[in-house]
Design a protein around this ligand. Structure first.
Ligand code: NAP
Length: 350
């Protein structure tokens, strides 16, 4: 059966390896090219890269030769980008210009008004911005982005509440995993037994991306949601999984029971369409008062659902709850692949 050829840019990195693991046996996509930096290109995947995930190392692609990230050589109709922000700035547009649809994890183009910033459960209609982008930039391909991992987890919990009541204000304190910083990331000597109350650029990203994601696209124009967000981000010695303590002000001041009902009933487009990477329930609600917990919950549903527990009254904003999601799956590679599945289901990808 025909599968759409794809290129993975930055295949040796933390996110790139997760792309390879997700795509190796995907029913719609087939890996054609793996790329990395000039330090790695020309080498076999298994010689250039230390595989850091559990399970089948290199997913049968260990002998594949890494290529330069260059669309004149490693081009496919679909490109998954796990490049760093500055590298993405130069490379992703060259792929879009060459006709590829680039599903990017980098922050570089996320906030451009003609670039879809997508979480398929939250704002699938923002795909319409792709047409605006192509017209404005003269590209036959395009760039579609997924949000920062912390934002992704947050908007998954806020979206049903925004639909049902309207979100007015959010206070979010994160406890973010080490893998969010890439490899080697924060030195173990700095992070072990410690909490670091600063992640460069993270708080502003969460604050602005949330308003874009919960906004509306009308007549090819994005109108951001009028939501005030305050983010306090911390790095903690956890491997994978971002935990977030969330307080939210909702219109009409609904009860915790009502909030729980709305989250439990939420069945957005990826679940209705049963997209390959979509978890059966986008939000897993926990009853136990000591859940969700990173070690016990984050790998459920291949890291694609988010977990909510302890929904209760907040004396400041009205409602508060504990939230958890997988930063390199839902917040990175899995989120991008789900974006591509949505684009395929909506006929943007043939
Ligand atoms: P990473 O582990 O540092 O990997 C970076 C990748 O980019 C490597 O494959 C590297 O190849 C390649 N690369 C570096 N310079 C290059 C160049 N000049 N030309 C071509 N390729 C180059 O980073 P990561 O954590 O996977 O993050 C990748 C992207 O995803 C970043 O934009 C990050 O902000 C974003 N993101 C990460 C997370 C997360 O939780 N980690 C979550 C959401 C989004 P070599 O091996 O050859 O150096």
């Amino acid at each position: 059966m025909y599968r759409i050829p794809v290129t993975v840019l930055g295949a040796t990195g933390v996110v790139g390896q997760r792309f390879v693991r997700r795509l190796a046996n995907h029913p719609l996509f087939e890996i054609a090219h793996l790329t990395a930096s000039g330090r790695s290109s020309g080498k076999r995947y298994q010689d250039a890269c230390e595989w850091r995930l559990e399970g089948d190392a290199f997913m049968g692609l260990g002998d594949q030769v890494l290529e330069d990230s260059d669309p004149s050589r490693a081009l496919s109709p679909v490109v998954f980008s796990a490049l760093d922000t500055e590298v993405a700035r130069d490379l992703e547009p060259t792929y879009a210009q060459a006709g590829a649809l680039v599903f990017s994890n980098a922050a570089t183009f996320r906030m451009d008004p003609d670039v879809p910033l997508l979480v398929p459960e939250v704002n699938p209609d923002h795909l319409a911005l792709l047409e605006v982008q192509r017209e404005r930039r003269g590209w036959t391909g395009g760039i579609l982005t997924n949000p920062n991992c912390t934002t992704t987890v947050l908007v998954m919990a806020l979206a049903p509440l925004h639909e049902a009541f309207g979100v007015e204000a959010v206070l979010m304190t994160s406890m973010q995993a080490a893998s969010g910083a890439g490899y080697p990331g924060v030195s173990s000597l700095d992070l072990m037994g410690n909490v670091i109350p600063f992640i460069k650029g993270e708080e502003p990203k969460v604050e602005v991306e949330t308003a874009k994601l919960l906004g509306r696209v009308q007549g090819g124009q994005l109108r951001e949601a009028p939501i005030v967000v305050s983010a306090l981000c911390h790095r903690v010695p956890v491997l994978d999984g971002h935990s977030e303590a969330v307080s939210v002000k909702l219109k009409g001041d609904p009860s915790p029971e009502r909030v729980r009902e709305v989250m439990a009933a939420w069945c957005p487009e990826p679940q209705r369409l049963r997209l390959t990477s979509a978890p059966s329930a986008p939000i897993r609600l926990h009853e136990a008062e000591n859940r969700p917990q990173v070690r016990r919950d984050v790998e459920m549903d291949f890291g694609m659902s988010v977990h909510v527990g302890r929904i209760r009254r907040c004396p400041v904003l009205g409602i508060k709850f504990s939230l958890l999601g997988h930063n390199t799956e839902r917040g990175a590679a899995g989120g991008s692949v789900l974006n591509a599945e949505l684009a395929h289901a909506r006929g943007v990808l043939q």
